[in-house]
Design a binder for this molecule. Sequence first.
Ligand SMILES: Cc1cc2nc3c(=O)[nH]c(=O)nc-3n(C[C@H](O)[C@H](O)[C@H](O)COP(=O)(O)O)c2cc1C
Length: 367
Amino acid sequence: MKSTYSALFEKSSLKSGVELKNRLIMAPMTNFSSHEDGTVTDAEVSYYARRSEGVAAVITACTYVTPNGKGFPGEFAGDRDEMIPSLSRLASAIQEKGAKAILQIFHGGRMVPPHLVDGDVVSASSVPAEAEGSPVPRALSADEVEEIIHAFGETTRRAIEAGYDGVEIHGANGYLIQQFFSPHSNRRTDQWGERLAFPMAVVDAVKKAASKAERPFAVGYRFSPEEPETPGITMADTLSLIDALKQKNLDYLHVSLGEFWSEPRRGVEDSRTRLEIIKERAGEDVPVIGVGSIYTADDAMKALETGVDLLAIGRGLIIEPDWVQKVESGREETIAVKIDQSAQDKLVVPDPLWNAIIQTPGWFPGV
Ligand SMILES: Cc1cc2nc3c(=O)[nH]c(=O)nc-3n(C[C@H](O)[C@H](O)[C@H](O)COP(=O)(O)O)c2cc1C
């Protein structure tokens, strides 16, 4: 490896004791490829195995914690004990190639396609998302809220039994946990109307389940720093979320962004990037994972120099499964930065994900 890139390969140890062999992580990416019953497919397992040799950890696609949280066709399930062998198969495929396996746990809330949940779309309040045609969700009862919190703990227990090295709580991208934190979607007047209450209760349930693991087991939290809607989450809200999360002894915070260098929309008077502001607020208490349009080794170095602790790469690892190994062996100039549309088999990408990529111009470089 060229010495310019050596910082990417520094080891670290998370608070839970989970060891990371470098600073590079595969970002969570839904692949639409699981079986109808929620078990993982061979194609999905091969896709992960192909990308697990270089990175320190793979964060899986999101898995639903209750049936009414299923957000995507072909999403794999973590909502019942029968799924443990399937979850375990995926964890082993990742770990056999040398990466830690982190299960992303999720509930889609008002963003779920109605046909996946028998039409019963739920959220904090009965407020639809702004996109045209969004279904009007049903507000969860207080009992149902408790059940979903409990389900996050139960899926964590299954992750431990299935052999994962950790879970990531998906509090980002407009899904249920974010819906409770957002003034757009949470208009409740009961105790869950306090916008931090649900995210913190989920963290507590997950941490409690994680404390039973008999080996190092990490708990991370992913959030989106801002929402475009008014009312909606602002950077100021996010800074208060970080303050609350800092009290929870988490292994990392993961900021969901499409562009690493994006700047705040509102809520702070600050010309720095969102990630720089977030990293400063997180301080040294909890590592921060940055992400967003990192395609080359130089992109990654420039990002790391801002002070973030770890970097996640999503699309870059679909386009170039050997990204990390190429930098490690001094061949970084051969990293593909655009998807080769004739190379699906070589890239080991399942059909549903491949078709989604090819049919969505502008999503991936090269399409
Ligand atoms: C195909 C695809 C599926 C994704 N699915 C998820 C997901 O399940 N959970 C999640 O938190 N983010 C998901 N994301 C967002 C990525 O984790 C990441 O934040 C985003 O792609 C920006 O990083 P990148 O530029 O390195 O791809 C997905 C992104 C892509 C491209």
